[in-house]
Design a protein. Structure first.
Lengths: 99, 633
């Protein structure tokens, strides 16, 4: 299979994730969309690593996974706290930090 | 020309610091001690000047018995910088010892008098503290052996003068007068400061011996500049035109202050400065001519003001200006005049202090009334005061054999023989001044002591207590005898010769000019008798001629200062404030307002909606990528 397919899939996944972040209100869905974007990046990294025959991209993909895992831990905790306080998981409701 | 040679002090003169220590101790105890010293404060305040006078006498006789009469006592090194050394040295020589005796002697008499005069004042202790402070500063002024120490004393007497003019500071007029005296003196002080700077840059030293030793090689330009700057300083302190305006207002202070500071001692500091700096003046005929001009203008100016004032103290203040004008004139004549300037200064210390104390005694008995139109016929009720006042009067108008005749007339005589044709004109002015002096003093005599009683209904004049009359009696004796004692046999001339030089041959005591001056004085007396003795004096001032109106307003001295200096100054201030507010502040404030307004608008972008932030990030990233692609391609 040509690497271009992997890159195309990666772009498609990234756009789905990006649109999800912009249009969805539910924090958990937004969160999942972010994960989707990260994984699209991972796919691209791995594909290009394979293409160029060196391991840098694969190593970075591991880093991204670690970061994503850490982000999930912190993010979900914040989400839980917000939900407890406001009885809502909508990102538009949590808009107190402004001008 | 003379130069100053000093030797280290020996014997009793090693203790010359005692002169300063006594009054300084008194001032510190009285001013720091506070209310605890209220009960006995005035006794200490009197004792310290008397002690200083006692030591002054010892020092004087020690100096007379010593071959070296210019003795320098090193106290400590004040400013030791590599090439520039200023020592705290006290110079006791023929000139300074004259001043020491005048300051402590007349000062003691006046302070004794004050013990009676101020006995009912709540702040009597503070008064004596300030008086002692003044004496200490004045003694430092005349004893310093360099211009910087002199300057410390110079500023010290300015401070004491300020404090004492404003002694009754609850009166607005006194507070304003004190400020005025201080500010006008600042102008003169600037002159003295610049003179000291110039000495430092030109000679690298400010000591009398150093400056006088090297000034000869510095060129006449420097000497003229120094002379004029010192003259400016003298004008401020001695109330000479154009810096004369403060002295008349300074009469707001208690009368003993007027007698001591604004008649006998402090205002003569300018004359001391000029006479002390005689080696500088000797090199610059231009500067001496300026000194003579200032003196002549002031002696007429002060005399004319004194003729029209109904306030006895202000009239005496005008007279003081006029007499100091004579001294300044004498100091500008070079060796021909120095001795007589100092002689007049010493005699003036006696008779003017006597006149002021007499005026104070009258005020004491008349509920502090100063308007001479409310006096009249007081000779009967205040015999001692009237006699002492009368003797001082005869002295000041120059009737022989009283002291004014011996001291003032030689100045007029010397004036004719110096400065060529200009000297003739100036001498004539000085003669007219003698007539004016006799006129206003006779007017004062008639208005105060003789004629109908024009008292306020509640006035009950009475003779003052002995503590006040005795100093007046002693001063009257001085007024009678000082001039003859100093001038006959050339006593003062021989004594001062090493410091100020020997006058050229004089015509003797009864010179032509002296006799003409006497004739002018008698004419002044006669005119005053016609105007104030023969006809009754109205108790309300008549409108008077144009000159009278002008003199009542101090010959528009204040108006001149206000229109030429104050108002342009205020305009300049207003312009600066306007420029500061609109220009400097305006620029900064506009910038700040612009930044604030812009950020107020930009702030609205922070909506708090996470998704809108995400959208802006998305677009931002998209734009970046697009840019990168454009650059790449």
């Amino acid at each position: 299979m040509s690497p271009i397919h992997y890159v195309a899939l990666s772009v498609i996944l990234f756009v789905i994730g990006g649109v999800g972040v912009l249009v969805r209100r539910n924090a958990i869905v937004v969160f999942m969309c972010i994960e989707l974007m990260l994984n699209a990046c991972n796919l691209a990294f791995v594909a290009f690593a394979r293409m160029h025959g060196n391991l840098d991209g694969q190593v970075i993909a591991f880093f991204v996974m670690v970061v994503a895992a850490a982000e999930v831990v912190v993010g979900l905790a914040i989400l839980m706290a917000i939900f407890r306080a406001r009885r809502s998981a909508s990102v538009d409701d949590a808009n107190l930090l402004k001008y | 020309m003379t130069t100053l040679h000093t030797v280290a002090a020996t014997g009793a003169l090693k203790l010359s610091w005692l002169l300063l220590a006594f009054p300084l101790f008194g001032a510190v105890v009285l001013l720091v001690g506070g209310r605890r010293t209220n009960r006995w404060g005035h006794l200490l305040g009197v004792a310290m000047p008397v002690a200083a006078f006692g030591y002054g006498l010892i020092a004087f006789f020690a100096l007379l018995g010593d071959a070296n009469r210019s003795q320098d006592q090193h106290l400590y090194s004040w400013i030791p910088v590599a090439g520039f050394q200023v020592n705290m040295n006290l110079l006791v020589d023929q000139l300074s010892i004259c001043f020491v005796l005048l300051i402590t002697g007349v000062g003691s008499l006046i302070i004794i008098y004050s013990a009676g005069y101020m006995s009912h004042d709540r702040d009597r202790r503070r008064f004596f503290g300030y008086m002692n402070l003044f004496l200490a500063a004045m003694l430092l002024l005349v004893l310093g052996d360099n211009y910087l120490v002199l300057y410390v004393g110079w500023e010290g007497v300015g401070l004491a003068s300020y404090l004492l003019i404003g002694f009754w500071q609850y009166k607005n007029s006194a507070a304003v007068a004190a400020k005025k005296a201080f500010i006008v003196n600042r102008v003169g002080d600037a002159g003295l400061t610049l003179a000291i700077f110039l000495m430092f840059t030109e000679f690298g030293t400010v000591s009398f011996t150093g400056v006088f030793g090297t000034v000869g090689s510095a060129g006449s330009g420097v000497a003229t500049a120094l002379g004029l700057l010192l003259l400016l300083g003298a004008c401020g302190k001695s109330a000479q035109v154009p810096l004369q305006s403060w002295l008349l207002d300074a009469m707001e202070g208690p009368t003993p202050v007027s007698a001591l500071i604004h008649a006998a001692t402090m205002v003569t500091a300018g004359v001391y400065l000029l006479v002390r700096s005689n080696p500088i003046l000797a090199l610059s005929p231009d500067a001496r001519l300026a000194v003579v001009l200032v003196g002549t203008v002031t002696l007429l100016f002060g005399g004319i003001i004194a003729c029209a004032k109904d306030d006895i103290k202000k009239s005496l203040a005008g007279s003081t200006m006029s007499q100091i004008g004579y001294m300044t004139l004498g100091a500008g004549l070079g060796p021909a005049g120095y001795v007589f300037a100092i002689a007049l200064l010493l005699a003036h210390g006696f008779f003017k202090a006597g006149l002021f104390l007499g005026a104070g005694s009258v005020m004491h008995g008349m509920n502090d009334e100063v308007n001479m139109r409310r006096y009249g016929g007081l000779a009967r009720v205040m015999p001692i005061t009237s006699v002492t006042f009368g003797l001082a009067y005869l002295a000041i108008i120059g009737i022989p054999p009283f002291s004014g005749f011996f001291t003032k007339d030689p100045i007029i005589g010397a004036d004719f023989s110096e400065h060529g044709a200009a000297g003739k004109v100036l001498g004539t002015c000085a003669l007219i001044g003698a007539g004016i002096t006799a006129f206003y003093m006779t007017r004062m005599m008639f208005m105060t002591w003789y004629g109908k009683r024009r008292w306020e209904p509640e006035a009950h004049p009475h003779e003052s207590p002995p503590v006040m009359t005795w100093p007046m009696i002693v001063l009257a004796i001085g007024s009678v005898g000082a001039g003859a004692f100093l001038i006959l046999n050339d006593r003062l001339e021989k004594f001062l010769a090493p410091v100020v030089g020997v006058p050229p041959t004089s015509e003797g005591v009864f010179s032509t000019a002296g006799l003409v001056a006497l004739a002018f004085a008698l004419a002044g007396v006669a005119l005053a008798w016609v105007m104030y003795g023969r006809v009754p004096v109205p108790s309300e001032a008549p409108r008077g001629s144009l000159l009278t109106v002008a003199s009542r307003k101090d010959l528009y001295g204040d108006a001149f200062n206000e229109s030429v200096l104050m108002r342009p100054g205020q305009w300049l201030t207003r312009l600066s404030v306007f420029f500061d507010n609109r220009g400097v502040d305006g620029l900064v404030n506009t910038l700040a307002a612009a930044v604030g307004g812009t950020s107020g608008r930009v702030r609205k972008l922070q909506t708090g909606f996470v998704r809108s932030y995400a959208l802006s990030m998305f677009f931002g990233a998209a734009v970046l990528v697009a840019l990168l692609l454009v650059v790449r391609l």
